[in-house]
Design a protein around this ligand. Structure first.
Ligand code: 13P
Ligand code: SF4
Length: 331
């Protein structure tokens, strides 16, 4: 007899002390089952405030890890421990090399303030915390960089070069990317690691021109993980939640093309909303989680044999938590 996954998931959610969490990029079938949905910042905040001891996180590794770091008493399981490709571009040793690069180019270590995008491993967040730095997300990066600048230090921004450059442009700051052309840290305010999101690299200025030619007056809204040339050419850039709010506030007759992950754009208001790409911009790792995986994970709590539990060592939790809390303290 086949299992009715939906009905079983609903039953276990009622019977177990568990909260199911999903990022906007999850497949619809999984997303519909979640108790908490949101962008990275909202998910971190809401999971911390949630009282259930169990969290089943449908997303990518750094998101589940972040919950474990800010609420270590919780048991966090992930139906698939799928890694964000951008987060995998930097580890502790690449972070150390970036700091060394700045030191070699004449900046004292004490004069460096590292900021890591939340899309990074807990070990990187921990190193950032130890150096007095903090975390940001795509929805609060402006505020976090602004706060960071108050220290009078140079900002080392990891791992997303696009996010770092986009906010530097918006704030009128000078930026450069280590390993991409000339990058003299003495000449820049924001020094970026050379990481990127392969999904958001799919959107181009040609895509924007195509839509503007086809539908004069169309609005273009993109995620700040897109290339700076794309963000500069767009009408709006924002986090996943900010993109949803932007599109919802438009007149229903206003056409809009959105440059972010497919599952989210496909769930936006129907009619007059387009995916800003000729290819289907799916995040492969976000897409790995299925309804069956969610069912199995909840079942593992029910049978007291938890699977795919997020484990982070104490030292990493201590410093990564400081980096995350510094961010959460900034309203
Ligand atoms: P948000 O913080 O906007 O949800 O973005 C997360 C992400 O991974 C975008 O690719
Ligand atoms: Fe990571 Fe890009 Fe997927 Fe976001 S869309 S989770 S940055 S790989």
């Amino acid at each position: 007899m086949s299992i009715d996954y939906r009905a079983e998931i609903e039953r276990m959610k009622r019977e177990l002390d568990v909260t199911v969490v999903a990022h906007y990029y999850q497949r619809d079938e999984v997303f519909e089952m979640a108790d908490i949905t949101g962008d990275s910042l909202e998910l971190a905040r809401r999971c911390q405030a949630d009282s259930n001891p169990w969290v089943v996180f449908c997303g990518v590794g750094f998101m589940g890890q972040s919950v474990k770091v800010i609420a270590p008493h919780k048991r966090v399981l992930m139906p698939k421990i799928a890694c964000c490709a951008m987060a995998r571009m930097i580890d502790g040793s690449y972070f150390d090399e970036s700091v060394e690069y700045m030191v070699k180019h004449g900046i004292d270590k004490e004069q460096i303030l590292p900021i890591t995008y939340i899309n990074s491993d807990a070990t990187v967040k921990s190193k950032v915390g130890e150096m007095g730095g903090l975390v940001c997300t795509s929805s609060n990066a402006y505020k976090i960089i602004e706060k960071g600048l108050e220290s009078g230090k140079k900002i080392l921004f990891v791992p997303d070069r696009c996010l770092g450059q986009n906010f530097a442009i918006q704030m009128g700051l000078k930026s450069c990317v280590i390993g991409a052309g000339e990058c003299d840290p003495r000449e820049a305010d924001v020094i970026c690691f050379n990481g990127f999101c392969s999904v958001h690299q799919l959107f181009s200025v040609e895509d924007i021109n195509f839509y503007r030619q086809k539908y004069p007056g169309i609005k273009i809204a993109v995620h700040p993980e897109c290339d700076p040339s794309v963000v500069l050419a767009a009408d709006f850039a924002g986090s996943t939640s900010q993109l949803i709010a932007y599109v919802n506030a438009l007149d229903p007759e206003q056409k809009v093309a959105v440059g972010t992950e497919y599952n989210l754009v496909n769930r936006m208001r129907k009619g007059n909303t387009y995916v800003l790409s000729a290819t289907k911009p799916e995040c492969p790792t976000m897409n790995e989680t299925t309804l069956e995986d969610l069912y199995r994970t909840l079942k593992s709590i029910e049978t007291n044999e938890p699977i795919n539990e997020i484990v982070v060592d104490e030292h990493t939790i201590y410093w990564a938590n400081i980096a995350l809390e510094r961010m959460l303290a900034i309203k």
